[in-house]
Design a protein around this ligand. Structure first.
Ligand SMILES: [Zn+2]
Length: 310
């Protein structure tokens, strides 16, 4: 009886044991599957979510690099094309009217600060073609130009035509000395941009050698910039503000202007006329930029981060 009685119970226990094992196995399997799915989901999130963050960071970083490149180097390499006036005129970028105001022969401690005040008032950034010897005399003014967002560029060291244009060596020596001086003041590797004293395009006693030096500049990776608009402040000892304004009005004929002005100590009317000149150019639809901000290539730069491809 006992056996009889016990037997079904045992069978029951056996059956129950099998069922428990089956449930346990099933539960373990479910837990495993859930864990696996969770693991997979985590991996997916990590790859696509975390990856997206990294991608975004990389994009931001690239964008910063590209933006600074675009700002300083959206130009053909100087080793291929180094005439900035030609580059400005033929640029492939937007069809905006752009004006690049330039000042030669400074920095001086009298006229340059007045020029800087006017530029600050109108929030206009300009390019200063500085002489090495004037950088020696007024480094703090050049530092102020730099600190206030202007471009400090190279107009050779002594500006003495006879010595400067004597040979390619003497010419490049002055260019390099001035470049070193700019670097010493700004603490940055300067944009390789110079302006020939007297201009590169002017016929004259040094016209032939200047053509040779242009090639040397190209080999050394330097741009040079002439002008296609001027206030005429170099043409007489003292010009009235009205004459300076009229000269710009007469010569501002193209959509892209490089304007020649001077901030030497004798050019006292130049800062006085500058505000009216800026207002005139603004009324004609011009924007103002530094000469290292030429958008030669159409980057398609918009608010869309991905469209900025150089
Ligand atoms: Zn000059």
């Amino acid at each position: 009886m006992n056996n009889y009685k016990q037997h079904p119970r045992r069978r029951y226990r056996i059956k129950k044991g099998k069922k428990v094992r089956a449930i346990t196995t099933l539960a373990i399997a479910v837990v495993c599957v859930v864990a696996l799915v969770a693991l997979l989901l985590t991996a997916v999130v990590k790859i696509f979510g975390g990856g997206a963050d990294e991608q975004q960071l990389a994009n931001n970083e690239n964008q910063t690099v590209e933006a600074s490149k675009a700002k300083e180097y959206n130009l053909p390499p100087a080793s291929e094309k180094n005439d900035l006036l030609e580059i400005v005129r033929t640029k492939n970028g937007s069809d905006k009217k752009i004006c690049y105001i330039t000042f030669d022969d400074g920095p001086t401690n009298d006229v340059t600060p007045q020029v800087l005040e006017v530029l600050k008032k109108y929030n206009v950034k300009a390019t200063f073609f500085c002489l090495g010897k004037m950088l020696d005399a007024n480094p703090e003014i050049a530092k102020r130009e730099y600190d206030e967002g202007h471009l400090v560029a190279n107009h050779t060291y002594y500006h003495n035509y006879g010595d400067l244009y004597a040979s390619a060596d003497s010419f490049m020596k002055e260019v390099n000395m001035t470049q070193d001086k700019i670097k010493e003041i700004t603490g940055e590797e300067p944009f390789k941009l110079m302006r020939f004293p007297g201009g590169s395009h002017n016929a004259g006693s040094y016209a032939a050698v200047k053509q040779e030096y242009k090639k040397v500049l190209k080999e050394k990776g330097f741009y040079y910039a002439d002008w296609n608009c001027l206030n005429g402040d170099a043409e007489a000892t003292s010009r009235s503000t009205e004459e300076l304004i009229n000269s710009v009005k007469k010569t501002a004929l193209e959509d892209n202007l490089i304007i020649l002005m001077h901030d030497a100590s004798t050019k006292t009317t130049t800062p006085q006329a500058l505000g009216s000149i800026i207002e005139y150019l603004k009324s004609k639809g011009y924007e103002f930029r530094r000469l290292d901000e030429i958008d030669y290539y159409d980057t398609g730069a918009t608010d869309d981060n991905n469209s900025m491809i150089l």
